[in-house]
Design a protein around this ligand. Structure first.
Ligand code: IMP
Ligand code: MG
Length: 178
């Protein structure tokens, strides 16, 4: 794809992200305080930085697993068709599960992934999204926990990409075409 030139304006600082994660991790640790082991499922690839920081704040025994889905190609909006590219390695039947996503946008991804995981009869399934763009929703979905609600801007950083770039920024920034 041809890349139009753009700059990135900081929207959420690394410090603000860290503070919010501490807070959410406390809530999650309480919600699952009776678990013997929580399965934390990251949705690849955008959640890899978030999940790494989140699990280190959880006061629980955990396992980590990953699922990879695609709905985008290299475009800036969802195609609405969600495909599973890589499924979980472990079984989740009868288990406590937390799904970790970078952004809920149209809602297609989390709606589909939640249904997919629920069909395997976990004991309890909750979800967390670092970011939520509620104004963009096309299918009903509300994460159990949300880091930050943001306006309809295309964002990058902290694991989140634009055509695979900018995942390594330590903060969340918005893309502004120049
Ligand atoms: P949804 O299926 O439309 O809710 O989209 C969710 C997925 O779209 C996220 O996992 C992201 O990978 C991607 N996405 C949504 N908004 C953005 C954005 O602003 N920047 C980068 N990726 C995004
Ligand atoms: Mg994603």
């Amino acid at each position: 794809m041809t890349q139009r030139p753009y700059v990135i304006d900081q929207m959420i600082s690394a410090k603000a992200i860290a503070a919010r994660i501490e807070d959410l991790a406390q809530q999650i640790s309480q919600a699952f305080s009776d678990t013997d082991k929580l399965v934390v499922v990251g949705i690849l690839r955008g959640s890899f930085v978030f999940i790494a920081d989140l699990v280190r704040e959880l006061d629980l025994d955990i396992e980590v697993d990953f699922i990879e889905v695609t709905s985008y190609g290299n475009e800036m909006k969802s195609s609405g068709e969600v495909r599973i590219l890589k499924d979980l390695r472990g079984a989740i039947e009868g288990r406590d599960v937390l799904v970790v996503e970078d952004i809920v946008d149209t809602g297609f991804t989390m709606h589909h992934v939640s249904q997919h995981l629920m069909s395997r009869n976990p004991k309890k399934l909750q979800s967390i999204a670092l970011l939520d763009k509620p104004s963009r929703r096309e299918v009903e979905f509300k994460a159990t926990y949300t880091g930050f609600e943001i306006p309809d801007e295309f964002v990058v950083g902290y694991g989140i990409d634009y055509a695979q770039r900018n995942r390594n920024l330590p903060y969340i920034g918005k893309v502004r075409f120049t």
